[in-house]
Write a protein that binds this ligand. Structure first.
Ligand SMILES: [Zn+2]
Ligand SMILES: [Zn+2]
Length: 388
């Protein structure tokens, strides 16, 4: 059988706790064989051109998140190797027999696509809320992903892209950009003061979108001065650097961050907090920094239990909490495409020139992948893409 090289994790050979990073190994070339697998009729083989490295990939790299999802799903499939990666753009090189009829997708189409493979059968899927599907699987986590030159993918996940409107490097980021669109459309941001806790890539995309959606004061918060510099360049009005120091409880809110937030909002607190980092302390910073009656958008994900001191205050303050998972399929995609295609808002150009540094050091040729240099690049830049 023909084989190709993919970035993977073998939970038996590499182990979860015994290894780090992504391990390059031979994997079978994916094929469509409708006689053996009827689902191949609604799948395509895609030649990947760019693949994004996500915060969740960093979590897997450091083995701090998604352990159970990776292990449980592999056990179900009776396998030990997971192909990683879930943000992509590429070309359809082969399409199953039903793909054109059902999805109007054909060989030669350029596509990106959603990383959540939904069941299509559950209650939520039936009522048009497939982003909270009962039985969804995530590419590169609970089913095989796209860190490989060729992948098989369900056609229903694909979104046709137009390189004249959105450059391919940016098309590979539709999935995380869609998270930011989903988060910044969860409530009304017009005229609001908004704190973004965690200025990683999705926090950065959110800042760009918040400017367009009419937020009047955007306050970026991060532990990295470099990320805050980017946040400023993207349109954050103010930034707060978290000084990491010993606290009585590691999960407690940082009093300096909260008091600075109060100074910047005339003692009220922000109208909306976006928690986009993940740590327990960041959640508490978000809750403490939000005014009475305000909104807290929850996006950061971390394994384990969380503590919210004086939880009753969440209720007494009348906060509204919004959990953001994935993207609404495909209404979020439609909005994302429009926000990227409208060059007058500057979003696409700033993503490319400021976040991606016009490709300098941020685009890694997949063939050259080496763990040490890749990790260095990952530490130096908020967002990386593999180029195939
Ligand atoms: Zn992602
Ligand atoms: Zn479902």
């Amino acid at each position: 059988m023909a084989s190709i090289q993919g970035l993977t994790l073998d939970i038996e050979k590499d182990g979860w706790d015994r290894s780090r990073g992504f391990i390059k190994r031979e994997i079978p070339m994916p094929l469509l064989n409708e006689r053996e697998n009827s689902l191949d009729a609604i799948s395509v083989i895609m030649k990947v051109s760019f693949a994004g490295v996500c915060g969740s990939d960093r979590g897997i790299w450091n083995r701090v998140s998604f352990k159970d999802m990776v292990h449980d799903s592999l056990k179900k499939e009776g396998k030990t190797i997971r192909i990683l990666g879930h943000e992509f753009t590429g070309e359809v090189v082969e399409a199953g027999s039903m793909v054109k009829m059902l999805y109007d997708i054909k060989k030669g189409d350029l596509v990106s696509g959603d990383s959540h493979v939904t069941c299509g059968k559950c209650f939520q899927c039936h009522i048009g809320e497939s982003h909270v599907c009962q039985d969804d699987k995530i590419l590169g986590i609970s089913i095989d992903g796209i860190f490989a030159p060729y992948v098989k993918i369900p056609a229903k996940n694909l979104w046709i892209v137009d390189p004249n409107r959105v450059r391919p490097e940016i098309s590979a980021m539709y999935d995380p950009f869609g998270n930011a669109v989903h988060a910044t459309t969860a409530t009304d941001f017009r005229g609001q003061r908004v704190a973004v806790f965690g200025c990683g890539p999705i926090g950065m995309f959110s800042i760009l979108l918040l400017r367009s959606f009419g937020a009047v004061k955007i306050i970026g918060v991060d532990i990295s001065p470099a990320n805050l510099e980017i946040a400023k360049a993207l349109g954050a009005h103010e930034t707060i650097l978290i000084q990491q120091k010993q606290k009585k409880n590691p999960y407690d809110a940082d009093p300096e961050v909260v008091s600075r937030m109060m100074d910047l909002t005339y003692g009220k607190g922000v109208d909306i907090s976006m928690e986009m980092a993940g740590p327990n302390a960041s959640l508490n910073n978000s809750i403490e920094s939000t005014r009475r009656g305000g909104h807290v958008i929850l996006f950061g994900l971390k394994d384990g239990d969380f503590t919210i001191p004086k939880f009753s205050r969440v209720i007494v303050k009348g906060l509204t909490l919004h959990s953001i998972i994935g993207r609404r399929i495909f209404s979020t995609w439609q909005t994302a495409q429009r926000m990227l295609s409208d060059r007058s808002n500057g979003i696409q150009d700033k993503m490319w020139s400021i976040i991606m540094k016009s490709g300098q050091g941020t685009i890694i040729p997949f063939a050259d992948y080496a763990p040490e240099t890749f990790e260095k690049a990952m530490n130096a830049h908020p967002k990386l893409l593999f180029k195939f």
